[in-house]
Design a protein around this ligand. Structure first.
Ligand SMILES: Cc1ncc(C[n+]2csc(CCOP(=O)(O)OP(=O)(O)O)c2C)c(N)n1
Length: 635
């Protein structure tokens, strides 16, 4: 216990990287253990990206030990693995409030700390941003360094190669550290992943070299020459059999692979490459979840985890009775795929997150994980659709933003029947600004040929999925993060009529037009308003596109006090669609739009954020009361 206290005090002495540099090298592994303990302790209470962060503790220490951040710019790709970096850069006191409302962000944010060189959350931006910084520094005549740390999962995105390609051409001073743990969230996928894998590292590489050497020597006459030539040019020999080949083709000086948990090796190599002034790629191998056995054993579960018990690693979350929307989607996909052989599923590195694991086991030939490559995934699905298949592309709302042009150009232009299962629509909570799905209704609504639906509960999600695969058009179904309402499931679910809304309550005072999960808030508001003597008609819009123009115009003529409700940006969203439709029909009414005003929403619980941004039941009640208080409609 005494020993433990001594170790604990080490981290407490570090307020910034300058303090870290005062430590002896021999003290650093103790510091690493202490950082791991702190991360596990805090994340067990706040939830977060545990396994990724545990994997790079030594790397964070080594970088801050060798470089001078923030003069040197350090970019953590995605930023989900930056907890050790946060602890070493003056944020220890706030660390207990990681991902909590008004606490530290779970990713890196320039506005949070000068040590965060770039704001991250979506993957594979670090090389491009780092190259931009390097060019900026060169233009200003600054000599400091730029370091981009990127995982092997994030290297599956095209954006990373666009950055490498230009970096190799410009030959600017840029250090890219490839953190290779053989994992994305799940096992990494793709040809590149097997190329990077440790097949060539350490012992195996030595054995392979020896065998190749013996073989070359054994070839009569020319064998000896080739062997000696290969021996002489050790560099090209190494390049020939290591992943260096790929990066050297991009004009990067390649080092590695080295063990990313060996602090001495890491520090030595960083000291050496610090003096190079060209594009450098350092390939390190690490273990996801390192130092916490439950996370080492199950890195996918502990990639992004909720609260858990430290001793056992067991989830301590409440037993929710309703299934999540994601689970219902996954189950319905399996059901549909049995009925229709043309259904195929596409995910971008998120089989677990999108609920497709069971489906992938049942229909391995009709399941495609494209890696973190949303753009490719959408165009790939368009290709499948041209061959008569019915692709269902399951991507979180926030990540689908990446594929906007592909949805527009490759899917909607020819009205190909691709179904988009847009998970995590709306406020997602603790992952914050980079992860809320608040833009999808806006960015999808402007696309010709696109059908957009959002279910009020999990049973309606099933109905929408059945309906979507029966349509011969691009269709998006947008549903929220979290558990459903707990409604009874129809089996099989009835199809919906395209563009038809559903009237849920009748009342002559206020018309509430709601979409998606907000419909439940609208029903609650209806009950509260009734107690106050205000009677409302609540409509579940179901479709953002096509809108039920006939129903809406008929109702607004009768009840010209209208509230639209959505968990989406106000500009260009569902409420805007309603206003456009009423304007086009020359209908005069008083209308209040509930949705997110022109701002980014930070991290915090869904409940807190819904209250703060006025997208909850209370906001609807207040809007209705105001509409009732205010007098006549100006015409
Ligand atoms: C554009 C985009 N798509 C999907 C994600 C979700 N995501 C977050 S981390 C991650 C895996 C990253 O793997 P890797 O870069 O190898 O880092 P590791 O967690 O293994 O350290 C994914 C798919 C994302 N952040 N951005």
């Amino acid at each position: 216990m005494k020993e433990l206290n001594k170790i604990l005090s080490l981290l407490e002495t570090i307020n910034n990287p300058a303090d870290l540099k005062c430590l002896q090298r021999s003290q650093l592994s103790g510091l690493a253990s202490e950082i791991r303990k702190k991360i596990v302790e805090v994340v067990s209470k706040t939830g977060g990206h545990l396994a990724s962060s545990l994997g790079v503790v030594e790397l964070a220490i080594a970088i801050h030990y060798v470089f001078n951040v923030p003069e040197d710019k350090l970019i953590w790709d995605v930023g989900h693995q930056a907890y050790a970096h946060k602890l070493l850069t003056g944020r220890q006191k706030q660390f207990d409030r990681l991902r909590q409302f008004r606490g530290l962000c779970g990713f890196t944010r320039m506005s949070e700390s000068p040590y965060d060189a770039f704001s991250t959350g979506h993957s594979s931006t670090s090389i491009s941003a780092g190259l931009g910084m390097s060019c900026g520094k060169a233009l200003k005549g600054e000599k400091s360094k730029v370091i981009a740390v990127i995982g092997d999962g994030s290297m599956t995105a095209g954006l990373a190669y666009e950055g490498l390609n230009q970096a190799g051409d410009l030959k600017k001073d840029l250090i890219v550290i490839l953190n290779d743990n053989d994992m994305s969230i799940a096992r990494n996928v793709g040809a590149l992943s097997s190329f990077l894998s440790r097949k060539f590292s350490g012992k195996k590489l030595q054995e392979f070299r020896k065998e190749l050497g013996e073989f070359l020597k054994s070839v009569p006459r020319i064998g000896d020459d080739i062997y000696h030539f290969a021996k002489r040019s050790e560099e090209s020999f190494k390049t020939f059999v290591t992943p260096g080949m790929l990066f050297e083709a991009f004009n990067f000086e390649y080092f590695g692979p080295i063990n990313g948990h060996n602090l001495d090796h890491l520090i030595n190599i960083l000291v050496n490459i610090k003096h190079l002034n060209e594009p450098v790629l350092l390939h390190i191998t690490t273990r996801k979840g390192k130092g916490y056995p439950p996370a080492e054993k199950n890195p996918t579960y502990f990639h992004g985890v909720g609260c858990f018990e430290v001793r056992t690693g067991q989830c301590v979350n409440h037993s929710e009775c309703a299934p999540t929307y994601t689970q219902v989607f996954g189950k319905t996909m399996s059901e549909l795929a049995k009925l229709n052989k043309n259904i195929v599923a596409v995910t971008a590195a998120m089989p677990e997150g999108t609920g497709l694991c069971e489906y992938s086991e049942q229909f391995p030939d009709r399941f495609f994980d494209v890696g973190i490559a949303e753009q490719h995934g959408v165009t790939f699905a368009a290709g499948l659709a041209t061959q008569g298949f019915k692709p269902v592309v399951a991507i979180y709302s926030t990540f689908l933003q990446r594929a906007y042009d592909q949805i527009l150009h490759d899917v909607c232009l020819e009205s190909l029947p691709v179904v988009f299962a847009v998970d995590r629509g709306g406020i997602v909570g603790e992952d914050g600004a980079t992860h809320h799905g608040l833009f999808d209704l806006c960015y999808l609504r402007s696309l010709p040929n696109m059908v957009i639906m959002a279910p009020k509960d999990e049973n309606e999600l099933r109905r929408m999925l059945y309906t979507a695969v029966s349509l011969d058009k691009p269709t998006a179904i947008r549903y929220p993060r979290g558990i459903g309402v707990g409604v009874k499931m129809d089996n099989p679910p009835a199809l919906l009529s395209l563009g038809k809304a559903e009237v849920l309550t009748e009342g002559q005072d206020v018309l509430i037009l709601a979409i998606g999960r907000s419909v439940n808030d609208a029903i609650e508001a209806h009950d509260l308003l009734k107690q106050k003597g205000i009677f409302s008609t609540v409509v579940n819009a179901r479709f953002v596109k096509p809108l039920d123009v006939a129903l809406f115009t008929e109702l607004v003529k009768k009840i010209p006090r209208v509230i639209t409700v959505e968990e989406n940006m106000r500009q260009g969203g569902f409420g805007s669609a309603v206003m456009e439709c009423l304007g086009d029909e020359d209908i005069v009414c008083r209308i209040r739009r509930i949705g997110i005003r022109d701002t980014f929403v930070e991290h915090g619980s869904q409940k807190i954020l819904r209250r703060k941004y006025h997208v909850d039941t209370t906001a609807i009640v207040e809007a209705a009361e105001k509409l009732m208080q205010n007098g006549q409609i100006k015409t």
